[in-house]
Design a protein around this ligand. Sequence first.
Ligand SMILES: *Cc1c(COP(=O)(O)O)cnc(C)c1O
Ligand SMILES: [Zn+2]
Length: 449
Amino acid sequence: MGMTEIAFQKCINLDCGAEFDCGQAMFKCPQCGELLDIRYNWDKIKVPGKLSEFAKRWAGRDNRLDLSGVWRFRELISFCEDKYKVSIGEGQTILQQNDAVAEYVDMQPGSLHLQYEGLNPSGSFKDNGMTAAFSHAKMVGATSSACASTGNTSASVALYAHSCGVKCTVFIGSGRIAFGKLSQAMDYGAQTIQILGDFDDCMRQVQDVCTKLGLYLLNSLNPFRLEGQKTIMYRIIEGLGWDVPDWIIVPGGNLGNSSAFGKAFSELKQLGLIKRIPRMAIINATGADTLTDLVNNKKLLWNDGKIDQKIIDDYYADLTARNFSPHTCASAIEISRPVNLKKCLRAIDICNGIVRAVPDEEIVDAKAIIGKHGLGCEPASAATIAGLKQLRAENIIGADERVACVLTGHPLKDPNVTVNYHKEKQGRFSNMPIEAPNDLDAIIKLIKS
Ligand SMILES: *Cc1c(COP(=O)(O)O)cnc(C)c1O
Ligand SMILES: [Zn+2]
């Protein structure tokens, strides 16, 4: 098998460790059922000696792979030939230093940076993963694909599937999806199936459907997707002049991003491209806080890969017994059985990570602040700022440490939460529209100038 190749798949279960070449689409180890990783034989890849060498690609905007903020870093995600690579200009995102939001979380000017992944083609970070996963789908000759989604995965899958001629079916929990996202899935022409259930139900169904019908699965179980998502970290480093921050803060849903980020840093360190690994804070919503509960209260650890499975089994058995369904306005992270849990535990180990949960009221307040002083984001993304505020109050993060928050999705994804906050609910930072008679003098009196 593939040890002679550049890249191969490997089971994360250390007792199994089975390896497979990249020409297969499996998404779980066929021997033990655990998650798979993409591994590289780095000595067979010409990786630049310094990260800053990737900056040369900025000059090559007529080359579609240089234009992509994912494939610009192709040596670090080298699992397929260029001819299979699918790109629609993803990853053209920015890292913004934001002192007004810094003040809100009690940080010093210059310390807080926001990574706007909402600037991707479908409006969320998911495009970083889909460009990689669809490239693999083309490589293995897939013609039909599927995903379960809280919304953004379906929007991204629908967009990428049709840009490379693959069919797609998306499964969403009924009544749980934000309108911006549902509108995208329909507009991009995905076959959309609304299941009477929540995301976790969809996730279980889609895996069986993919196995039975041989569809290509695009959830973050798909290890190729996570390879693309590593580049969000490369771009943060790039935005900091090729330096690493002290902290990365990311919302935690299915835990694909946090898993990918940990892998990215571990590889960069191994390759000698960075000297230190930043710490990571993963933020749940309190209504969907499985990771927080397992790590902080049940003391679940990576433990060199010897994870205490009984803690997880008991926890999930209890969720089932209570008929628990997660609830948060941050629908993108409304997940109680995160599929990448074990990889995330590894990332926490790699990054000396911590986990927190924040209530919806703090999420929507933080979202209003990011909207007013930045480019805005959807609720799940704002969990990062609410989490950072909490970590500053606990003094776990210092006021002058360099922090990068990953704002995962665009503000237009979920207009209902935004309008509700500003217009109906009168939140702390609400910006109510003012009703005026159709009369010039009356209107002029209302204008604060
Ligand atoms: C998917 C998604 C998340 C959750 O990311 P995971 O990798 O599943 O933890 C967070 N925010 C937004 C906007 C998303 O679309
Ligand atoms: Zn295995």
